[in-house]
Design a protein around this ligand. Structure first.
Ligand SMILES: [Zn+2]
Ligand SMILES: [Zn+2]
Length: 256
């Protein structure tokens, strides 16, 4: 059995055929799906979905770094935590400086850092793991983690860093999420052989990051096995082993 540890199944992209998408995932062995929120509304939708599909869909609640300038209220997340039985993590939260290009954007970056650390503190308070997003911001990202009273558990989802960033993640005992872009990104393909299976998680980030040969279409959790097969190729381990390890890792981190 596979677990898709990051799929935005609550997004409107799936409003027409959500039940079929879940059914098709099940047919190829993807039996559990974690649904991360990106703001308060999508977090609430993730919780509702998890409540409709207990044991199959699990919610994670959080604010994506793109929300930072809207000054979101992190305490509004705490009030959702009364639905704790269907919530397995805080996130996705993180830093994304990609959009700023060469612009310094110090003020905007500070807002992102603040939003991230507030959510990580919430995760520590409720003893929940975190789903973290980091793009073009690894140095600041590890600084924020290191400034907390203790290191949160979690995954750097859709890992895009280099070998030094991977090392920093390993020292902090974080998991690494790999997505469909492993089927076409030369950079990810050079990093994956160095990621121990013991810290690897599979995720689609659907509806985004559709793997080869379906690029250009909407992504779905049913494509998780394509990611596992690419890892088999890059690491030279049987796909069955990739399946077993990543499922064990997901169950351990998110207590599924
Ligand atoms: Zn993300
Ligand atoms: Zn995402």
């Amino acid at each position: 059995m596979f677990i898709d540890t990051h799929c935005h199944l609550q997004f409107s992209d799936f409003d027409e055929d959500r039940a079929m998408v879940i059914g098709n995932a099940k047919k190829v062995g993807v039996k559990k799906i974690i649904c991360p929120g990106t703001n308060l509304l999508s977090s609430k939708k993730a919780i509702a979905l998890a409540q409709q599909h207990p044991g199959i869909i699990y919610a994670s609640i959080g604010f994506h770094p793109y929300e930072a300038q809207k000054n979101p209220d992190v305490s509004a997340l705490s009030s959702q935590l009364s639905a704790l039985s269907s919530i397995v993590a805080i996130g996705e939260c993180g830093l994304d400086y990609h959009q700023y290009g060469s612009e310094k954007a110090e003020g905007k970056k500070s807002l992102q850092k603040r939003l991230l650390s507030d959510q990580l503190e919430l995760a520590l308070k409720y003893n929940l793991p975190t789903i973290m997003h980091c793009r073009g911001a690894y140095e600041d990202f590890f600084d924020v983690l290191d400034s907390l009273p203790s290191m949160p558990q979690g995954v750097i989802h859709c890992f895009s860093g280099g070998l030094a960033d991977l090392r920093m993640a390993q020292i902090r005992k974080l998991f690494i999420g790999i997505d469909g872009n492993v089927t076409y990104s030369k950079h990810i393909q050079t990093i994956v052989p160095s990621i121990p299976l013991s810290i690897l998680l599979l995720e689609t980030d659907a509806p985004y990051l559709t793997p080869v040969p379906h690029r250009g279409e909407r992504n779905e959790p049913k494509y998780i096995p394509l990611i596992a097969k690419e890892i088999e190729k890059l690491q030279g381990v049987p796909v069955k082993k990739v399946e077993e390890s990543t499922t064990t890792n997901a169950k351990t981190l998110f207590t599924l």
